[in-house]
Design a binder for this molecule. Sequence first.
Ligand code: HMG
Length: 427
Amino acid sequence: MCIGLEAISVHVPKHYLDSEDLAKANGVDPEKYRFGIGIRQISIPSPDEDSVTMAFEAARTAIQRYRIRREKIGMLIVGSETGVDAAKPIASFVHGLLGLPAACRTLDTKHACYSATAALKLARDWCAGTGKGRKALVIASDIARYEVGSPGEPTQGAGAVAMVVSDSPVLFRFDDFPEATYTRDVMDFWRPHYKSTAFVQGRLSIESYLSALEHTYRDYREQSGLSWRDFDHALFHVPFSKMALKGFERIFGIERERDPELDPENLTGYFERFTLPSLYGNIRMGNLYSGSLYLSLACLLERRGKAAVGERIGLFSYGSGCCGEYFSGTAGADAEQWKDRIGLQAGLSARKRITHREYLAFRTESEARIRNGSASSSLDRPDIFATNRPSFLGIADNQRLYCIPELGDELSVRQGEASRFRRTFAA
Ligand code: HMG
């Protein structure tokens, strides 16, 4: 049975910081961020956005635009490392806000940026087995945040990618090769429960990424019998776009062992052909953590349109800590199914550039809003209620409160607990 993606949609946060503004504020040569790291802009979540609202927005877009029948969704998994509660999964909030059927399995997966790949693989196996005929909604949603002025800061980002997995893989079909996975216990990147920013050992993280790539790519190559000549595209987990180039160099080196005719002088040309077309979104949104690889996939499909039909795509997923997996698939047969539905370009075009000062204010307000008792202060902000998007209002009585737009859209979003709060407070 062929299993794969029936839908993919991206949620792009409404604000971004230009890498040049960040470089100037940090006293760094802007060329370093732009070319040394490969970042032009980073998505900045506003204080009323969190991993729940972003996951909800991406999923709502996917369900609406691809006309997915909600009663068919029997599994919802959110891959994230920006959990909002130690016990209650993001998936549970999203399930309620979307009004999905009660007969649905909901859970979050966690292994840093690998989490959405773990979710996708679970969903694929479920669709091929006991979930037969039903659909799984998989969402990657994250906010990448490092200390102000730290080396990781220019690689920050935020956003969500929602994917519907089913036996109708009109967008992307998973290849059925044995798994090529790799795990090693390493402290390259981590975020303790008491921190909202990550710790990272930068150089170690890069080495660890490349080592996982090398192991899984060699394994994949051996098990599948394919080499890169069988591929049209090579996609990577993209913490910053220069990392994808480093990954590509590693694969190129492995291929050269068997094919000495590959000319290292042409490495850039190969990279531009195999990988660069997928990086447009990553360069403009920064690290989406769990969603980075799938942002690349969405970007590739959106930008290539009909030209992508039938093309084989290799994907490398990496999560610090660490776990890596190399796998592949083929773009679906009907580009009309994804044209205008992915939402990346439209989301990027609708964004607003903020100043460095505003970026710092957003951070402060976001920190304030995750404290118990913060919810009442957001009621002094009428602009929040004027937005047409879901909002994280803050915390009252140790519970997170969300406001969702008034009904009226075709999805007919169910009014949940959060909306009742909204009405109470607004009265
Ligand atoms: P850094 O120490 O500031 O940078 O941090 P650097 O000094 O190493 O310079 C970076 C590059 O810019 C170098 O190029 C410089 O030569 C170049 P490279 O040698 O790498 O090719 N450069 C310049 N280029 C042009 N003009 C200039 C200039 N100056 C320098 N004037 C680092 C870099 C990536 C370590 C930092 O940003 C960081 O810690 N980032 C976070 C960690 C990270 O993203 N690691 C990636 C692998 S781990 C991973 O992907 C998992 C992750 O997504 C988390 C998860 O799994 O959940 C992070």
